[in-house]
Design a binder for this molecule. Structure first.
Ligand SMILES: COc1ccc(-c2cc(=O)c3c(O)c(OC)c(OC)c(O)c3o2)cc1
Ligand SMILES: O=C(O)CCC(=O)C(=O)O
Ligand SMILES: [Fe+2]
Length: 356
C-alpha cells in the first residue's frame, strides 16, 4: 500500500535510450546526449590505482579471530576511499546469476509492457531518469528503473503489482539480503568509530531502501556521451552490483578517475553523503560516474540505504566531542532529499550546502 500524503519528487519525462539504439537507422547521437563540456577535459584514467581499491571480506569482518584487522581495513576504506568491494557477503552466486538474467529480461521487455511501468508525470519511481529539472539539461546515456523497497508502507503498489512475478520475488529476496548486509556494515562502522547505537545504527532501524537499476546501452561514440553524470550519492550507504561484469564505474580519487574493475560476485559499497554527515566528515562520500562502451551494454543495480524520512540526521555527538567541532547542520532525511532531488546533479554541491 502506498502511504497517503507522502511528498512526491518528480523528474521530467525523457525518452528511452534503449529505444533510440534499437531504431533501424540509428547512427547519430541525438544532441541532447552529446557532452563536449567540462567532463571531457578532466578525464584522467589511472588503471594502476584500480587494484588498490580496498576489498573487504565480510566473513572475516564477522569472525572472532580476524575481526579486528578487517575492521581496521573497513575504517581505512571508508575514510580514505569512500568505496570498497565486499566479498564473501553470503549472497549465493547462483542467485546473482538469476538476478542478472531477470534484470536483462526486464529491460528487454517490449516497450508496450515497459510503458506501464514508466514514470508518470509528477512522479519519480518507475522507468526514466532522475534529477532532470529542465528541458535543455544534457541527458545520460542510459535508462533507469527506480523503486522504493523499504519501508513496505512506502512501496508504490501500482508499480510493484505490475512487475513480472518471478522478477518481483527475486527483487524482494535481493533487497532483504542487501538490507541485512547494510545493517551489519552500519554496526561494524559504529563499533570501529566507537559511537553509540543511538547516534548511528538506530537511525537506520526504519531504513529507507530504494533500488535503482541502471541500463547503459552500447554507444557508437562512447566518448561523446556519459552513462551517468558524476555525482555523489545522497544516501547513507549504497550497495551496488555490477550485474554483467562490464567495466564502466569510475570513482574520483585525488583528482583522478579510477576504474572499479568488476570482481565476480563482489558488491561495491560506497559511503553516501548522509553517512558523511553522521560521521562528522570522518567517512567520505566520493564522486563517481559511469561511462559506456561501443560494444557491450552495461547493467548495474544500486541499492540506497538511508534513515527513515522523518529521522533527524546530524553528526554523532561522540565524534563531535572528540573532534571538537561540528561540521554539518541537522536536518530530516526528507529535507535532505528535497534538496537533492530538485536540482541538477553537480558533484557534491548539495552536501556543501549543509556545512556549517
Ligand atoms: C547522475 O544521476 C544520478 C545519480 C545518482 C542518483 C541517486 C542518488 C541517490 O543517493 C539516490 C537515493 O539515495 C535514493 O534513495 C532514496 C534514490 O531512490 C529514490 C535515488 O534514486 C537516488 O539516486 C540520482 C541521479
Ligand atoms: O552504474 C554504475 O556503476 C554506477 C551507478 C551509480 O552510481 C548510481 O546509480 O548512483
Ligand atoms: Fe551513485
Amino acid at each position: 500500500m502506498e502511504a497517503e500524503g507522502e511528498k512526491q519528487w518528480s523528474s521530467l519525462i525523457v525518452p528511452s535510450v534503449l529505444e533510440i539504439v534499437k531504431e533501424k537507422n540509428f547512427t547519430t547521437i541525438p544532441p541532447r546526449y552529446v557532452r563536449l563540456d567540462q567532463e571531457k577535459t578532466e578525464i584522467l584514467n589511472d588503471s594502476s590505482l584500480s587494484s588498490e581499491i580496498p576489498v573487504i571480506d565480510m566473513t572475516r569482518l564477522c569472525s572472532v579471530s580476524a575481526m579486528d584487522s578487517e575492521l581496521k581495513k573497513l575504517d581505512f576504506a571508508c575514510q580514505d576511499w569512500g568505496f570498497f568491494q565486499l566479498v564473501n557477503h553470503g549472497i549465493d552466486s547462483s542467485f546473482l546469476e538469476k538476478l542478472e538474467t531477470e534484470v536483462q529480461d526486464f529491460f528487454n521487455l517490449p516497450m508496450k509492457e515497459k510503458q506501464k511501468l514508466w514514470q508518470r508525470s509528477g512522479e519519480f519511481e518507475g522507468f526514466g531518469q532522475v534529477n532532470i529539472v529542465s528541458e535543455n539539461q544534457k541527458l545520460d546515456w542510459g535508462d533507469m528503473f527506480i523503486l522504493t523497497t523499504e519501508p513496505i508502507r512506502s512501496r508504490k503498489s501500482h508499480l510493484f503489482s505490475k512487475l513480472p512475478p518471478p522478477f518481483r520475488e527475486t527483487l524482494e529476496t535481493y533487497s532483504s539480503e542487501v538490507k541485512s548486509i547494510a545493517k551489519i556494515l552500519f554496526a561494524k562502522m559504529a563499533s570501529v568509530l566507537e559511537i553509540k547505537h543511538e547516534e548511528m545504527e538506530d537511525l537506520f532501524d526504519d531504513v529507507w531502501q530504494s533500488i535503482k537499476i541502471n541500463y547503459y546501452p552500447p554507444c557508437p561514440q562512447p566518448d561523446q556521451v556519459m552513462g551517468l553524470t558524476q555525482h555523489s550519492d545522497a544516501a547513507g550507504l549504497t550497495i551496488l552490483l555490477q550485474v554483467n561484469q562490464v567495466e564502466g564505474l569510475q570513482i574520483k580519487k585525488d583528482g583522478k578517475w579510477v576504474v572499479v574493475k568488476p570482481l565476480r560476485d563482489a558488491l561495491v559499497v560506497n559511503v553516501g553523503e548522509i553517512l558523511e554527515i553522521i560521521t562528522n566528515g570522518r567517512y567520505r562520500s566520493i564522486e563517481h560516474r559511469a561511462v559506456v562502451n561501443s560494444e557491450k551494454e552495461r547493467l548495474s543495480v544500486a541499492m540506497f540505504h538511508s534513515p527513515g524520512k522523518e529521522t533527524i540526521i546530524r553528526p554523532a555527538k561522540s565524534l563531535v566531542d572528540r573532534q571538537k567541532q561540528c561540521l554539518f547542520k541537522s536536518m530530516s532525511t526528507q529535507e535532505y532529499f528535497d534538496a537533492f532531488f530538485t536540482q541538477k546533479l553537480n558533484g557534491k554541491s548539495h552536501l556543501d550546502l549543509m556545512r556549517i
